[in-house]
Design a protein around this ligand. Structure first.
Ligand SMILES: [Zn+2]
Ligand SMILES: [Zn+2]
Length: 273
């Protein structure tokens, strides 16, 4: 793994595919084909993402976001435009991915950076005010002899997507099935609405390598199974949950875990089949 700008470390995870790790906090992924490149997420905006990407490819880069949170949308300003699911252009997500939210996040990261972690540099001035372009449902990106499909998985946000490279058997899940699955934020769906997408990702991951938006990126089948299992258990056993404010199941020290609010668990009492 090589560090390009003091903030972004690059790891080749498959042929023509790189994980770009922003200070150990969040991951972007760069995929190249014969004629184009796809950048999945843009980090929180620290460092000089575009230079890191240009060190890896000369091909024209299309930017796509797995969802509209500031830790994934912070670097969009390095590019003139980015693709996002139309549901994540709603005001709640625009606020959560705004320049102010990004700045607050970077400042928080600077203050809390553990020993050994690269401290975030000052918020960089970006050349563009990037234009949001809506993805169509189940869109496909043709990178030249490499097709990347989007898969709608509403949950962590209404417009969350995963991306799939069927030929190279890779799956990029964003934040939708993380080891700590955050379902407590404004704009998260109910856990009941998340469950079909979570199950879909689990089925797809059985014969693909799955990579998520945080940590080392690698996601095991076991973790994904456990996360889906936790959701099923929560939805199937009303006695398990309760209380006010933000709750964590099974508890804050155990992983995988689901962070939620009791009122956002379900719309009705039937667990979807
Ligand atoms: Zn997120
Ligand atoms: Zn995230």
């Amino acid at each position: 793994m090589s560090v390009q700008d003091g903030v972004h470390a690059v790891e080749e995870i498959a042929k023509n595919t790189w994980r770009i790790d922003e200070s150990g906090f969040v991951n972007c992924y760069l995929l190249t084909g014969k004629t184009g490149a796809l950048l999945i997420d843009t980090g929180a905006g620290a460092g000089r993402l575009r230079e890191t990407v240009e060190d890896l490819t000369d091909l024209p880069v299309t930017v796509v976001l797995t969802h509209g949170h500031c830790d994934h949308a912070g670097g969009t300003g390095w590019y003139p435009a980015y693709r996002i699911h139309p549901a994540d252009r709603a005001p709640v997500y625009r606020i959560m991915s705004s320049g102010l939210a990004v700045k607050a996040l970077l400042n928080g990261m600077k203050n809390k950076a553990p020993a050994g972690m690269t401290v975030m540099p000052e918020f960089p001035k970006k050349p563009f005010r990037a234009k949001a372009v809506s993805l169509s449902e189940e869109q496909c990106f043709d990178l030249g002899e490499r097709l990347i499909h989007t898969i709608s998985v509403p949950g962590h946000t209404r417009g969350s997507i995963a991306l799939e490279d069927e030929k190279q058997k890779l799956l990029f899940t964003g934040d939708d099935i993380n080891v700590s699955l955050w379902m407590q934020l404004p704009g998260c769906t109910t856990l009941q609405e998340w469950l079909p997408g979570g199950r879909k990702l689990l089925i797809l991951a059985k014969d693909r390598e799955a990579f998520g938006g945080h940590g080392s990126g690698r996601q095991s089948i076991r973790q994904m199974e456990q996360t889906v299992g936790l959701a099923e258990k929560l939805l199937g056993s009303p006695g398990l949950y309760g209380g006010r404010g933000t709750l964590t199941y099974p508890d804050a020290e155990t992983f995988p875990q689901i962070v939620y609010r009791s009122r956002t668990l379900r719309k009705n009492r039937t667990v979807p089949a």
